[in-house]
Design a protein around this ligand. Sequence first.
Ligand code: NAD
Length: 463
Amino acid sequence: MAAKQHDLIVIGSGPGGYVAAIRAAQLGMNVACVEKERQLGGTCLRVGCIPSKALLESSELFHQVSHELAPHGIKTGSVEFDLAAMLKRKDKVVTILTRGIDGLFKKNGVTRYLGHGRLERAGRVVVVGEDGETVLDAPRILIATGSNSAPLSGVELDGERVGTSTEALSYREVPQHLIVIGAGYIGLELGSVWKRLGAKVTVLEYLDRILPGTDAELADEALKIFRKQGLEFHLGARVTGARAEGDGCIVEWEAGDPLTCDRVLLAVGRVPNTDGLGLDAVGIETDDKGRIPVDERFKTSADGVYAIGDVIRGPMLAHKAEEEGIACVELLATGYGHINYDAVPGVAYTMPEIAGVGKTEDALQQAGVPYRKGVFPFMANGRARALGQVEGRVKVLAHEETDRLLGVHIIGPRAGDLIAEAAVAIEFGASSEDLGRSVHAHPTLPEAIKEAALAAFRAPIHI
Ligand code: NAD
């Protein structure tokens, strides 16, 4: 069978892969994108970011209508939800967005191959699909195969009662008691969804804090808020086993007696996905975490083979993968490409949201960097008051001598949207004075960022 010729073969159609494929096509390349799932979009669109945000939105609306309308003078009768309809809406959101990528591929002339892609040698990918094998040749191959849920020794996943985020996005009934293993992004977001819909939720976290990697002070504040919302936490709780037993599940952990529940969500991180990818065939060796080593131009040890996203070093975030994908193909096409790892925001879409960009305060302390800190609470922000969402605050960290912004961390309403301003400011090398002197519309939530910046370089006005 004659090989099909392309300029670039992208393996994987997650946010890293599909965005890279489109950008490469815009730059004039004849691009193939290989994806084993029928729906394009990868974990993020199919079983990750998008469906979880759809459920977070629906469950938060239910919570607000049930508990937060009375202070606005709005009376409701008894409020109910229809879980099947909620799940259907979530699936529809996913379908619309994944079909959107099909449309973008067509518009940009990206050829999609359905099947599992395997490197046969440098320059060649074999696609194994339902109808047999297709051979693709290209001088450049980009691996964007993402990651899978990390397993945990002793935890027996059964794809139903003891499962990962994939199962927790589609429970047909609200669990009576959900035990979440791991207080990272996934555990807190999906734990919040099921708590709002009526489940008892217990989170077991190995560390003595939640949300590792986020600013410790804000994570501490988040923990207090989540406890107030009724989520139960055991910190310093290393889980050693979990399995379905009888009608329920048993979870074993080091610091206490085994716990029983009816659903277990394992959320202890993710591992790079290089299964059956044929890395041996091109001489690529993964590192101790299973990641593909790359240089600053995303080139692997094999000629013409590149890798981006969750399968390489750095945070496993959709937007980091996207920017790497764009940088990688722009470097290939033009010699120039850019991603600033100091300006990659992270967001937990809980209520309130938690978002950060740049260095955390703990990281600055550890590195001995002299800094000034400005904090502003949403309690003193007019718009937050009007919204009735006054929990949380903004923290701005700037260099003691140069005033350059080093980090911005937010817990509060729409923190995930607010952080974009800080990411742009850091990208442009702004100082806290730049941010504090920029005109912000009144009354808006971003004024809290301006005030925190004022607090870092001078003094805030409204507190
Ligand atoms: P995570 O790395 O964010 O958190 C995993 C948690 O599990 C950690 O706190 C860890 O200490 C804990 N843990 C590990 N072993 C344990 C044990 N034996 N017992 C108890 N706790 C244990 O991982 P995640 O929440 O699974 O998310 C996976 C990846 O997906 C992350 O890299 C994250 O960046 C990404 N993600 C991002 C978002 C977002 O941006 N909103 C949402 C979901 C997932």
